[in-house]
Write a protein that binds this ligand. Sequence first.
Ligand SMILES: C[S@@+](CC[C@H](N)C(=O)[O-])C[C@H]1O[C@@H](n2cnc3c(N)ncnc32)[C@H](O)[C@@H]1O
Length: 358
Amino acid sequence: METDACTPINWAIDDLVQLLSQVDMGSILENFGRRTRTEDPVVHFYETFLGAYNAKLRKSRGVYYTRSPVVSFMMRSVDAILKDRFQLPLGLADNTKDPVTQKPRVQILDPATGTGTFLYEVVKQIYRNLEEMGMAHQWDSYVRDNLLHRLFGFELLMAPYSVAHLKLGWQLQELGYRFTNKQRLGIYLTNTLDEAMKKSEVLFGQYVAAEANEASEIKRDTPVMVVLGNPPYSGHSANESEWIAGLVQDYYYVDGKPLGEKNPKWLQDDYVKFIRFGQWRIEGTGCGLLAFVTNHGYLDNPTFRGMRQSLNKTFDEIYLLDLHGNSKKKEVSPNGYPDKNVFDIQQGVAVVIMVKYP
Ligand SMILES: C[S@@+](CC[C@H](N)C(=O)[O-])C[C@H]1O[C@@H](n2cnc3c(N)ncnc32)[C@H](O)[C@@H]1O
């Protein structure tokens, strides 16, 4: 997208973004047929789709679909922490406003949203919470007044971005929401790791520009309290933005002194940059939760001790679940079974939930 040679593609992208932002979601979704309320409608499509995807792009951008049990576990944990530790009885469904800013407290962002698997699970959890409180019959007005403006996703690639719009739109409707014209979901086509831009710096077509402006505003000004997802892992990061590189510099120091590592290149991995992004966002908000499933390299590798110290300083509580599965380590499960990865990748993975209290 950076070169002139891509200009025709920009038009196509602009067209699609315009379409999605103006489309009458309600009538499109009617044609998708009816399914059960808990089934993720595009999982099978996306799995197949990824198999045939541009293999190089898939690897460089870390496009891997997240298994539903992992997402569900993370979501229930975040919800429980919001209820128990932040005293928000409705958890993810909480729609109260901050008394000072008058903005909703529980604003949620998946900064690498892919096909929206995490946001889909967020909506499921919210619906469950409302059901438990006997409020599910208010779904239509709840979504319009209390949900759409609290739920955000950022995605870099067109295909998963489009799927995420359809998937979430369909889900909300299946649960009883009626879309009205000009209503859109908060899923944006943007590079999360680029600095939030001012309007004049946006070069692409009109609708992509509007999309980028709104995404920038969310990145910069919205007090997001919950950052969650499955960011890409790529040791050879394709994200060269100076802004995020500057933030990651904090991880090159421990006790105020340089790490002194000969080869600290693993600190440039995309997942490290996304953790830094989430940490930056929660620091800006002043409190919140960061819940990611990522490469587990940062848990014990000495190169990451500056990163561990920095996270320790920002967050009050850090919950870690090492899922192992590193094919290079050749570990064996305690019961003697092979140590399998939850994804189809070689690096071991870990779930982390970091909490910062007000
Ligand atoms: C591991 S996948 C997450 C998949 C998602 N949780 C799902 O199950 O569909 C990472 C996603 O991040 C996107 N991504 C990679 N770099 C990005 C960036 N700089 N900004 C926004 N999204 C990015 C990829 O295109 C991919 O869809």
